[in-house]
Design a protein around this ligand. Structure first.
Ligand code: C2O
Ligand code: CU
Ligand code: CU
Length: 569
C-alpha cells in the first residue's frame, strides 16, 4: 500500500499540464556500418521523485538514433540483456525476412542476434522496436524504440537541414499510462502522460532558420493531429517511405501509431519568440483513438475504461515548446520547391488484388480479426510470388479506425473510401489508418528482392494492444523459379545430404570457393542450435532435433550469409 499522500501527489502529477519545463532529450546517434545495441532494464525519473522501471537500448529508456547510408552493408549486433525474450524489428526497412526481426526471430535473454544486410531504402525515417508476439506493447511501452535515419545521394543533393540535434531534430512522440506506483501500465487505455523522446513537458531551443523535425508517432495507440500555434504553416517533405516529390504545405498533419513525418518549419523571422507544436485532437474525426468519440457510435466510448476522463482525448494539447534563438553560422533559409522523382505504380498494372477484412464483435476493445482469423505463429495467411505487383483492399467492418502496417514494402494509397488521397497521403507509406465503420483503403505495392518460403513477414494493426491480441497475419514471398528460394547462385553450390534426415546430415561447402567463417543451424523460431567455426569442406552434423524445417546459415568472410534448409524427419 502506498501512503495516501504519495497517491495524491502522484495523481496530481499525472494529470496537471506543464508544472516544469524540461529540455528535450536528444537520443545519441550512431553511424557507420557496425552497430551494437544492448537491450537493458533500468529506471527513469519521468516525474520528480518518482522512479519508474523502464527498458532501453544502450541506456535505460529508448535507444540511439541509427544513421544509415543507402547501399552500405551493415551489421547490427543486438545483445538482449533483458530478463524477457524479445525481438527487434526494423520498421520500414526493406530487408530479407530473416533480418526483419519479426516474431519468429526471437532473442532469448543473454543472447545476441546479428542481422546483416545491405541498406536498400531511400533516404527517410524508419524506426526499430520489439516485436515478440503478445509482448510488443509491453516492451515498447516500457521504453524500447529508436529512430533510424537513412541517407542517400538524392537527399544529399538537396539544400535541407541535416545537422542532427542542431537544425535536424528527432521527435519521438509517445503517450504512456502510469499506475499508482508510478510504473508504466501497458494493459490499460489510460495513456494520460505525453512525452517526446522520453521527456515530459519538453522544450527545445531551436535556431531562427529552416528547421527539420523527424517525427515518429511511437505511441501504442494514440493518433495525433499535428499543427503549430496560430495555424502556422509547415512543409511536409517526407512520409514513411522517404521524400515526397515536392513539399506539401500544411497546417495540420494527422499521424497514426507507427507513422513518420519529415517536416520543415521556417523559424527565420521568429528569433526571441516561442512557438508550440500541438495536437489539435479536438479536430480528430470520430472513430479514431484520440478523438472525443473513439467509435462510430457515442456508446462505444464506454467500451474503453477511463477514455472520457483522459485529458488528452478530444482536446488540443501541447506536444513541444520551441524557443527560437539565434541562427547557426550556416543556416538553411530556403525550402526547395521540388524534392525527388518517384517511380509511381499505376493501377491496372497489378497482378492481383488481395482483400483483407477487419472484423469484431461490435465493440472497440477487440480482439479484432483479419479475414476472420486471429494471429497464429504456425499459419501462413498469404503466399505472394516474388515480383508480384498487388493491390491490397482493406475493409474495416469494426467501429474504430485501425492503423494497418505491412513489413517488407512501402505502398502507395490509391483511394480512401473511394476517393483519391489528399496530397499529404500521396507519398510512400507503410502504415495507413483504415477508417472505422466499413471504411476502405486500397494501396498498390510490389514484392521485390526477397523470397523465403519459411520465414514470414507480418502485416498488422499498429495499435499495439490490437496487435498483441492477434490483429496480425503473416505472409511469405516465394520465388516461383526456385522452390528453395535460393536466389543467389552461391547457395546452389552448397550441398546438404541426406535431406530430409533424422538429424545426421552433411554440409558440403567445397564447391563454394569463398571463405566460410562459420556454419550454424537455426530453428524456424530463430534459435541458434549449433555453430561450427572455420568449418572444413564437409561438416558432419549429428543433432537431436524435433521434426521440422531448420536453416543452415553459412557465413562468408565478407559478412554475407547464405541460407539452406534442412528437413528433420
Ligand atoms: Cu512497427 Cu510489425 O511493426
Ligand atoms: Cu514493421
Ligand atoms: Cu487496431
Amino acid at each position: 500500500m502506498k501512503p495516501i499522500s504519495t497517491l495524491i501527489v502522484m495523481s496530481s502529477l499525472f494529470t496537471t499540464v506543464a508544472i516544469a519545463q524540461n529540455p528535450l532529450a536528444i537520443p545519441p546517434s550512431l553511424s557507420g556500418t557496425n552497430f551494437n545495441l544492448t537491450l537493458q532494464e533500468g529506471t527513469t525519473d519521468f516525474y520528480l521523485g518518482v522512479t519508474t522501471n523502464t527498458m532501453g537500448a544502450n541506456g535505460s529508456l529508448l535507444g540511439p538514433t541509427l544513421i544509415l547510408q543507402k547501399d552500405d552493408f551493415i551489421s547490427i549486433s543486438v545483445d538482449n540483456q533483458l530478463q524477457d525474450t524479445t525481438t527487434i524489428h526494423w520498421h520500414g526497412m526493406h530487408v530479407a525476412p530473416e533480418n526483419d526481426g519479426g516474431p519468429h526471430s526471437i532473442i532469448p535473454p543473454n543472447s545476441i542476434w546479428n542481422p546483416q544486410f545491405t541498406v536498400m531504402d531511400q533516404a527517410g525515417i524508419n524506426w526499430y522496436h520489439p516485436h515478440l508476439h503478445m509482448q510488443t506493447n509491453k516492451h515498447v511501452s516500457k521504453g524500447i524504440a529508436g529512430l533510424i535515419i537513412v541517407k542517400d545521394a538524392d537527399e544529399a543533393a538537396l539544400t535541407l537541414p541535416r545537422d542532427y540535434g542542431v537544425d535536424d531534430f528527432p521527435i519521438v512522440i509517445q503517450t504512456k499510462g502510469f499506475d499508482s506506483n508510478g510504473q508504466i501500465e501497458w494493459m490499460s487505455e489510460l495513456d494520460t502522460s505525453l512525452m517526446v523522446n522520453g521527456t515530459i513537458d519538453p522544450y527545445l531551443d531551436a535556431p531562427a532558420q529552416v528547421v527539420r523535425l523527424r517525427i515518429l508517432n511511437g505511441s501504442s495507440q494514440r493518433v495525433y493531429k499535428l499543427g503549430f500555434t496560430n495555424d502556422m504553416a509547415f512543409e511536409l517533405i517526407g512520409t514513411d517511405g522517404g521524400l515526397l516529390e515536392a513539399p506539401v504545405n500544411l497546417t495540420r498533419y494527422q499521424m497514426a501509431p507507427g507513422q513518420r513525418a519529415d517536416i520543415l518549419v521556417d523559424l527565420s523571422s521568429l528569433q526571441g519568440q516561442s512557438l508550440q507544436l500541438l495536437s489539435y485532437s479536438s479536430e480528430i474525426g470520430n472513430a479514431i483513438y484520440g478523438s472525443s468519440q473513439p467509435g462510430i457510435m457515442p456508446q462505444h466510448t464506454n467500451n474503453l475504461v477511463g477514455y472520457t476522463s483522459n485529458p488528452l482525448n478530444g482536446t488540443n494539447f501541447v506536444i513541444l515548446d520551441l524557443n527560437i534563438g539565434a541562427p547557426t553560422a550556416a543556416p538553411v533559409t530556403t525550402i526547395p520547391s521540388t524534392l525527388i522523382t518517384q517511380n509511381i505504380l499505376a493501377e491496372g498494372t497489378e497482378d492481383i488484388t488481395r482483400s483483407l477484412t477487419f472484423s469484431t464483435q461490435q465493440n472497440i476493445v477487440g480482439p479484432f480479426l483479419i479475414n476472420g482469423s486471429t494471429f497464429d505463429m504456425g499459419t501462413i495467411n498469404e503466399t505472394i510470388p516474388l515480383g508480384n505487383r498487388e493491390i491490397w483492399s482493406l475493409t474495416n467492418q469494426t467501429p474504430i479506425a485501425h492503423p494497418f502496417h505491412i513489413h517488407d514494402v512501402q505502398f502507395r494509397i490509391l483511394d480512401i473510401n473511394g476517393n483519391p488521397p489528399p496530397p499529404e497521403l500521396q507519398g510512400l507509406n507503410d502504415v495507413v489508418l483504415v477508417p472505422g465503420g466499413m471504411g476502405n483503403i486500397r494501396f498498390i505495392t510490389e514484392f521485390l528482392d526477397f523470397a523465403n518460403d519459411t520465414i514470414p513477414y507480418m502485416y498488422h494493426c499498429h495499435m499495439l494492444t490490437h496487435e498483441d491480441q492477434g490483429m496480425m497475419g503473416q505472409f511469405i514471398v516465394t520465388d516461383p523459379n526456385n522452390d528453395l528460394s535460393e536466389n543467389n547462385g552461391l547457395e546452389r553450390k552448397i550441398l546438404v545430404y541426406p535431406n530430409p534426415s533424422a538429424g545426421d546430415f552433411h554440409v558440403d561447402i567445397s564447391n563454394l570457393g569463398d571463405e566460410v567463417t562459420e556454419i550454424s543451424i537455426i530453428s524456424s523460431a530463430g534459435i541458434k542450435i549449433k555453430t561450427v567455426e572455420s568449418p572444413s569442406h564437409i561438416t558432419e552434423f549429428n543433432v537431436n532435433l524435433d521434426t521440422g524445417i531448420y536453416f543452415i546459415n553459412i557465413q562468408l568472410s565478407n559478412g554475407q550469409i547464405l541460407t539452406k534448409k534442412v528437413v528433420i524427419e
